[in-house]
Design a protein around this ligand. Structure first.
Ligand code: MLC
Ligand code: AMP
Length: 507
């Protein structure tokens, strides 16, 4: 029987020379391919020694490190389900994910062990480990006693490999279930489409708890047997310094904006580079053009999401058109429809729907919600709004989902508004996204006080900071007399966006 385990495919692509460098870190450590193979074997053996049930979830909230990547690979290798969590999440957020996913294993940083383990034990998790970014923690202590030989688990193409929490239009976060087949098909398509070749070296500067850094970047390098230059955090100076040793870079638009502010970024520093990929948020045409002019390279913009991995990409060889996300990837079927389910002709704007081997298995324990997000003929409704031009290039013009993408992180207004609305003296609130030169878009809050109450915007922000991940905090909070409404009584967020659009100079 064919094994569809994603790790098996990645392992098969390791170079023959297992002693060659696979990962070089910013603090000078070198990990060979053999290190990756043995390290993931030990961690996979540790997971297996716990007698976890089939499909067990391994929830991980740790700082970026090569060992954290190995834990991801080991989870695949052992056939369990990886659940990455943003390091910015605070206790209420973590409590929700752990209660919802019921992981068998939770791994957190040592400084958070007290509160995370309390939440985990309450939810019935029996195994809580620590892992820090200095190669310490109980996870590695325990794995040190495990064998470095391990036979990769047998997985079917539809077997779950990861759950990524994401929010839709309303309500709490939903876990998007991705299978080994979803991710392997996407990795293989991108290897070909982006022309990965022997000798490629990737600068990995993204966090590893989202699709971009965890899947697109890591799978891309590993399935090509390519070395990674591993940066624990995005540091534009360090990236510019490392560029001459690399050939591929991937980033959200904010990373490109910050790199352009580095005087050292030049044609010379990019002389060995082959490919710059951008995605996760719209890349401004100004950034695209400035990059071309400064470096001589044309950024390749692509589009994806947690539920689908990568969907479209500008061509590697053909014309990369700024402001567009290129063509549907091979194997991905993409269409634009109106609200009544009619296919729209070229150039007309409507909802983007997709189908393909990359499209997820549904939302974790939410069959009804899953059903709602698919059409009768099996297309997934992305919630993005776009059009296709006569040459087939796709442009995203907006979103039907109420979502703000700030520096590549998703912020769901409904979540922040409900937090604000629960504060004493608040009658109601609206969170809207406005242009921002660094983050592309940021959230601002507009709040109405209850009659007789006095509110202070800064105090509201301070309260939000105590409960929510930092990137979700509105950059400003205005207390006003009323919110604009349409005749149905619905808050007109478009008017608020218009009113505040100059708040942060948009370049
Ligand atoms: C940090 N801050 C942000 C922010 N990141 N504010 C809004 N949006 C963000 N994205 C704020 C913090 O709250 C803090 O504010 C201050 O900035 C400094 O925090 P920091 O952590 O030191 O920031 P920094 O390291 O500069 O981080 C910026 C960043 C990071 C751009 C490097 O946000 C980042 O790595 N973004 C990439 C996200 C990503 O990988 N997305 C992929 C999703 S996958 P204060 O007030 O507390 O000081 C996906 C699918 C697809 O979408 O298609 O790929
Ligand atoms: P996430 O839920 O974090 O996976 O975010 C996915 C969303 O990011 C998509 O639905 C899009 O709205 C957005 N996105 C990803 N890539 C691009 C892009 N290149 N341009 C515009 N939006 C993008």
């Amino acid at each position: 029987m064919k094994n569809h385990n994603l790790y098996a495919a990645l392992r098969a692509a390791f170079p023959e020379d297992l002693d060659a460098v696979a990962v070089e870190t910013d603090d000078g450590l070198m990990y060979s391919w053999r290190d990756l193979d043995r390290g993931t074997a030990m961690l996979a053996n540790l997971l297996e020694s716990m007698g976890l049930p089939q499909g067990a979830r391994v929830a991980v909230q740790v700082e970026k490190s090569v060992e954290a990547m190995m834990l991801y690979l080991a989870t695949l290798r052992a056939g369990y389900v990886f659940l990455p969590l943003n390091t910015a999440y605070q206790s209420a957020e973590i409590e929700y994910f752990i209660a919802n996913a019921e992981p068998s294993v939770v791994v957190c940083s040592r400084k958070n062990f007290g509160w995370v383990s309390k939440i985990a034990f309450k939810a019935g998790t029996q195994n809580v480990f620590t892992l820090d970014d200095d190669r310490s923690g109980s996870l590695l202590d325990r794995a040190a006693h495990c064998s470095d030989q391990h036979e990769v688990a047998q997985s079917g193409a539809d077997d779950l490999a990861a759950i990524l929490y994401t929010s839709g239009t309303t309500g709490r976060s939903k876990g998007a279930m991705l299978s080994h087949g979803n991710m392997l098909s996407n990795a293989l398509v991108l290897k070909d489409y982006w022309g990965w070749k022997p000798g490629d070296v990737l600068i990995h500067a993204l966090p590893i708890f989202h699709v971009h850094g965890l899947f697109v970047a890591i799978h891309g390098a590993l399935i090509n047997g390519s070395k990674m230059i591993w940066l624990a955090k995005f540091d534009p100076k360090l990236v510019v310094q490392k560029l001459p040793e690399a050939t591929v870079f991937m980033g959200v638009p904010t990373l490109y904006v910050r790199l352009l502010a580095e005087p050292g970024l030049s044609r010379e520093s990019c002389r060995n580079m082959r490919l710059f990929v951008a995605g996760s948020a719209p890349l401004l045409i100004e950034t695209f053009a400035e990059w071309q002019q400064r470096t001589g390279h044309t950024i390749l913009e692509r589009y994806g999401m947690s539920e689908t991995a990568m969907l479209t990409s500008n061509p590697y060889d053909g014309e990369r058109r700024g402001g567009t996300v290129g063509f549907a990837l091979p194997g991905v079927s993409l269409r634009v429809q109106d609200d009544d389910g009619r296919a729209l002709p070229t150039g007309e704007i409507g909802g983007i729907q997709v189908k393909g081997p990359n499209v997820f298995q549904g939302y974790w324990r939410m069959p009804e919600k899953t059903k709602e997000e698919f059409t009768a003929d099996g297309y997934f409704k992305t919630g993005d709004v776009g059009k296709i031009d006569e040459r087939g290039y796709i442009t995203i013009v907006g979103r039907s989902k109420d979502l703000i993408i700030s520096g590549g992180y998703n912020v769901y207004p409904a979540e922040i508004e409900s937090f604000i609305n629960d504060m004493p003296g608040v009658a109601e609130s609206a969170l809207v996204g406005v242009p921002h030169a660094d983050f592309g878009e940021v959230g601002i809050a507009i709040v109405i006080a209850k009659p007789g109450s006095t509110l202070d915007g800064d105090a509201i922000i301070a309260t939000l900071k105590s409960g929510l991940a930092n990137f979700k905090i509105p950059k400003r909070c205005f207390v006003v007399g009323e919110l604009p409404r349409n005749t149905m009584g619905k808050v007109q967020k478009n008017l608020l966006r218009e009113q505040y659009k100059q708040l942060f100079s948009a370049r």
